[in-house]
Each structure stands twice: as C-alpha cells, then as structure tokens.
Design a protein around this ligand. Structure first.
Ligand SMILES: C[S@@+](CC[C@H](N)C(=O)[O-])C[C@H]1O[C@@H](n2cnc3c(N)ncnc32)[C@H](O)[C@@H]1O
Length: 240
C-alpha cells in the first residue's frame, strides 16, 4: 500500500544530485520507470502538437520515457535532455531504434540521435541546465514535462523554469504533469510537505500564466486517522 512521504523522505528526495540519479539508473532502480504512453499526454496532445505546422517538442529530464516515441510517431521533432548515458542508450535499444552518438560542441556530453529517418528523436545527454538553443539548433515549440519539474529540488525550481523559458519560442505551450501525494485529512507535522499544486504556482507564476487542466486521483488510502490521495495533476503553462 502506498504510504505518504514523511518530511524526512521528502527532504532526501529533494536533494538528489546527478550522481544519485546515475547510481539509481546503474543499479536498475529506474529501468522500468514508464511502460506505457502517458494517458494525459495522449488525451491533451493537441495543446502541444498543432496540426498546421511542424512541431519541435522538448521532453526535459526524459529518462527512457516512451513518450518520446509517441511524439515522434506523430511526426514531431523530439528533443530530450537526460544526464545518464545508460538511460539514453536504454531508450534506443529497448525500442529497437538504430542510433548514433555524437559529442556535443562546447559543453560536456553527447547527443544520441535516431538513425531511423521516420523518427526524429535526439536525446541530449548532458547537464540539462547547459542546454541552449544554440546546442539544440533551434528554439522549441512546446514542452511535455512529465515528472521532470517534480524531480527538480525545490531550491532549483526557479532556475529550472527560467532556463526552460530560454529554450522556447515566444508562443510555446508547456504541459506539466506532476504527481500528487496529498494528505487530504488534517495533516500532521511529520507529513507536512508542499503540495504539487503549490510547487507549480510558486515556480511558474512569476514568469507565466498557469492553468490547471486535469486532476486524476488514482488511489485513495485511509490509514490510522488520515486520508491520502495519490494521483496526477496536469497544468498548461504559457510564458509571458
Ligand atoms: C523522475 S526522472 C524523469 C522521468 C521521465 N520524465 C519519465 O516520464 O519517465 C528524472 C530524470 O532526470 C534525470 N536528471 C536529473 N537531473 C538532471 C540534470 N541536471 N540534467 C539532466 N538530466 C537530469 C535523471 O537521470 C532522471 O532520469
């Protein structure tokens, strides 16, 4: 049964470094992070893929997400960022997509590029915050952020949002899906962590308009005298 995060667990999760992520990938703790296309992306894809243009979609902190493949099959040019080489390789090998690796110019890292001419997918294996439109080659038209913002430590979220704005066209639409583990009954100090919704508003509101698109509560647990809801919330963001 799912248990609510304690403040201590939240603080530990909130301080993961690139080395921590590397270790988790290499220890096999993250290999099956996503095994299907994300239903909110499929349902609301018209917000990030417009039928009257070619769409260049950014998937930040992508891991080996299958969503990259879904977007590419829709005809998009798909750009991911992911620091761990194993995750990048795993995406291409698991999906049997031939690929090549090229060294990046001016920053540490590589870009993993699909060699399947029907699937335009590139994953930039580098520190996400080092990416720029120069390195990508163009500004991006939209963003599918699932679990990326969620995994950014609180103290880096303003930087994450500001940096994202530098990678996009001025009319770009950003969809952000965040997991929610919320104690909906009267909380206790031991579980008093910021809600996903609060986190989004604090980080994006200074630079963007934010609209809640859908809330899906997938589980509801009652234990001791508390009630916890587990689910995901989808937000649409437009930078000012
Ligand atoms: C929670 S996972 C994201 C999951 C993914 N979006 C999905 O839907 O499956 C966060 C990912 O970000 C990567 N990551 C963390 N910090 C990073 C950084 N500074 N630069 C690039 N990638 C990073 C981790 O290796 C990990 O794969």
């Amino acid at each position: 049964m799912a248990q609510p995060m304690t403040v201590d667990e939240f603080n530990e999760y909130d301080s993961y470094t690139v080395q921590d992520w590397e270790k988790m990938w290499n220890d096999g703790q993250l290999g099956s992070m996503t095994s299907k296309f994300h239903p909110m992306m499929v349902k609301f894809h018209e917000m990030i893929i417009q039928s009257d243009r070619h769409n260049r979609v950014f998937v930040p902190l992508c891991g080996n997400s299958l969503d990259l493949l879904w977007l590419a099959r829709k005809g998009c040019s798909v750009v991911g960022s992911e620091c761990v080489a194993f995750a990048c390789q795993n995406f291409f090998t698991e999906n049997q997509i031939p690929y090549e690796i090229r060294a990046l110019d001016g920053i540490d890292g590589n870009v993993y590029c699909s060699k399947d001419e029907k699937l335009d997918i590139r994953i930039f294996q580098c520190d996400h915050y080092q990416l720029s439109p120069r390195i990508v080659g163009y500004p991006l038209d939209s963003v599918w952020d699932r679990g990326a913002f969620n995994s950014v430590p609180m103290k880096r979220r303003a930087e994450y949002v500001q940096h994202m704005s530098t990678l996009l066209t001025s009319s770009a639409t950003v969809l952000v899906a965040v997991s929610e583990y919320e104690i909906v009954s009267e909380g206790d100090a031991n579980h008093d962590i910021p809600t996903a919704e609060e986190g989004i508003y604090i980080a994006f509101k200074p630079l963007a308009s934010v609209e809640l698109i859908e809330r899906s509560i997938t589980e509801r647990h009652e234990f001791e005298n508390q009630v916890m809801e587990v689910g995901e919330i989808l937000f649409k963001v437009k930078f000012n």
